[in-house]
Design a protein around this ligand. Structure first.
Ligand code: SAH
Length: 233
């Protein structure tokens, strides 16, 4: 069925705009079932959030029909929107509950932030590329994610004004865990962060702050675009 739709789109040369909404809904349901539930993401909160966010609205027009496939996609400026499963896994590991305050580093398309916003009303997100921040602010407005607070800065420094956070989700590869982010993590909070060589495979870590001590657990190998350094705090 999926192939048939792709074929129809190609044959008629119709744009993704005329791809029926119900078809996106169907593809999204399949994404959750075969890519996420099948890989053992169990949290109902996370699965529900993944079922709600219209991922095709977060990718460039020309990739809309590919939005629900099992891989990352380019979003311009050399950046990517993560594979759906990785977004679901990171969200599950962060164990965010309603009302908690979350910080995301690396807004990109805004998709991960939107998934978090389906779970809690307090989502803060930082992006270093000005154009992406501008785009994403419009996207959040258009899609009704009006409570997400986004800013253009170097996320290495976190967002002191709103700290401490119950969870911090870093979606770019860091060579080390940024100390300001550890500082801004609440006692008992969790940080999910890919750490390792920026151009190779990194380790997805869960970093916990408990009784003033920081412990980290290695979950799986991942590949993220690098966390670059800027000057804007
Ligand atoms: N979470 C995104 C995908 C992340 S791609 C989504 O759901 O679409 C990683 C993003 O991190 C890119 O947009 C990149 O520009 C951004 N980034 C890289 N270094 C950064 C930094 N120091 N601070 C904030 N954002 C950064």
């Amino acid at each position: 069925m999926k192939k048939i739709w792709t074929l129809i789109v190609i044959i008629l040369g119709i744009s993704a705009d005329s791809f029926p909404q119900t078809e996106f809904d169907r593809l999204r349901e399949q994404m959750v079932k075969y890519q996420i539930e099948a890989r053992d993401v169990k949290s109902k909160t996370v699965l529900d959030a993944m079922r709600k966010v219209p991922r095709h609205e977060f990718v460039p027009e020309k990739y809309r029909t590919e939005a629900y496939k099992d891989h990352p996609l380019p979003i311009g400026y050399g950046q990517t929107i993560s594979q759906p499963y990785i977004v679901a896994l990171m969200t599950e590991l962060a164990e965010v509950t309603k009302g908690e305050k979350v910080l995301e580093i690396g807004t990109g398309s805004g998709y991960q932030a939107a998934v978090l916003a389906e779970i809690t009303d307090s989502v803060y997100t930082i992006e270093i590329i000005t154009e992406l921040t501008t785009q994403v602010k419009h996207r959040f407005q258009r899609l009704g994610y009006k409570k997400i607070v986004a800013k253009n800065a170097d996320g290495y420094y976190g967002w002191k004004e709103y700290a401490p956070f119950d969870a911090i989700v870093v979606t770019a590869a860091a060579e080390h865990i940024p100390p300001p982010l550890i500082e801004q993590l609440k006692e008992g909070g969790k940080m999910i962060i890919p750490v390792g060589h920026p151009l190779q495979v990194q380790d997805l870590l869960v970093v916990e702050k408990k009784d003033g001590k920081v412990r980290s657990k290695n979950i799986i190998p991942v590949r993220f675009v690098p966390l670059v350094r800027g000057s804007k705090k």
